[in-house]
Ligand binder design. Structure first.
Ligand SMILES: Nc1nc2c(c(=O)[nH]1)N[C@@H](CN(C=O)c1ccc(C(=O)N[C@@H](CCC(=O)O)C(=O)O)cc1)CN2
Length: 300
């Protein structure tokens, strides 16, 4: 079998288009223009690219968009003051603290300061609790797992009843919310991780395999059940001397070539899950603005 390659860029373009249309409709009806604030602390090169993309995409959607770039030595008190100011700003409906934070800043305390109604990253305890309690409709769901679900539904439809899903990775940002979403769609879910015994055997049970471990090409052919849908969340930059001295390339957590021989559908890296992360941020921002305006948010 040669797997269908799931086009995350095309799916993301569709979500962004719907967010733009929904934002314009809200502004026309209520005068409320969706507003997104992104906060970046420090100089992490990848984060700078992601944050710039978030701002650009928000502007392309017609949103009010602000980016706070703070130096690496920002104190937690100063960062919390920025969050407080954004919490109080009526023009801002969504706040995202870009992660990771520099050493010395506590991500739980900083993210926990965001007003849950503006938490478009879905990382506050309130939104994580809503999702874990099955109240996904009222929660903001973290953007990457929300995007993975859009891609999975494209391939398998709404109900995952009867399907076994294995999520490799247990982060608050991806692994745990991903498992909750699959469970809510009626899949039978296992969360595995780097310390799982005989990981390949566990993965081979999966009709849906979601890889979010952050280790380049860690999951090979021995991890893939024939016909599985493989969603690769990993974005790992590795040396690519074949492209020239000092060159690099991106790979996922899955050995794409090997897995493609067995899977029925697979996301590539780049061009798979990554673009959906930013698209779902636009969707969550529109939803936050709808809620702030007392309107029912659209479904993405
Ligand atoms: N507060 C958050 N921090 C981080 C999140 C998040 O969802 N919320 N996710 C990641 C990084 N991320 C967004 O922030 C992100 C990662 C990757 C992509 C993307 O489009 N990737 C492209 C490749 C891009 C490249 O060339 O480097 C792809 O996969 O095609 C978008 C967003 C960590 N931090």
């Amino acid at each position: 079998m040669t797997a269908r390659v799931i086009d995350g860029k095309a799916a993301a373009t569709g979500v962004i288009e719907r967010a733009k249309t929904a934002g314009a409709a809200l502004a026309a009806k209520t005068g409320v223009r969706p507003g997104l604030a992104v906060v970046l602390v420090g100089e992490d090169a990848a984060s700078q690219v992601y944050v710039a993309n978030k701002g650009r995409t928000a502007e392309a959607c017609g949103f009010h968009s602000v980016t706070h770039r703070l130096p690496t030595d920002t104190t937690e008190a100063d960062l919390l003051a920025v969050i407080d100011q954004l919490n109080a700003d009526p023009a801002i409906h969504g706040i995202l603290q870009q992660l990771p934070l520099p050493r010395g800043l506590d991500a739980n305390r900083v993210v926990g300061r965001i007003d849950p109604d503006k938490d478009v990253d879905g990382l506050t305890l309130v939104n994580a609790g809503r999702l874990a309690s099955g109240m996904a409709g009222e929660a903001f769901v973290p953007c990457t797992p929300a995007g993975c679900m859009v891609l999975i539904r494209q391939v398998l439809g709404e109900s995952l009843a009867g399907k076994s899903a294995v999520v490799v990775g247990r982060s608050n940002l991806v692994g745990k919310p991903m498992a909750q979403l699959l469970l809510l769609a009626d899949a039978t879910v296992t969360i595995a991780h780097s310390r799982t015994g005989d990981l390949a055997r566990v993965c081979r049970e999966a009709d849906i395999l979601v890889a979010a471990v952050g280790r380049p090409e860690m999951l090979g052919a021995d991890c893939i059940k024939p016909g599985a849908v493989v969603i690769d969340v990993g974005i790992n930059r590795i040396a690519a001397p074949e492209r020239g001295e000092g060159k690099t390339r991106l790979v996922g957590d899955v050995d794409f070539a090997a897995a493609s021989e067995l899977a029925s559908a697979i996301t590539p890296v780049p061009g798979g899950v990554g673009p959906m992360t930013i698209a779902m941020l636009m969707a969550n921002t529109v939803s936050a603005a709808y809620r702030a305006a007392g309107e029912a948010p659209p479904r993405f």
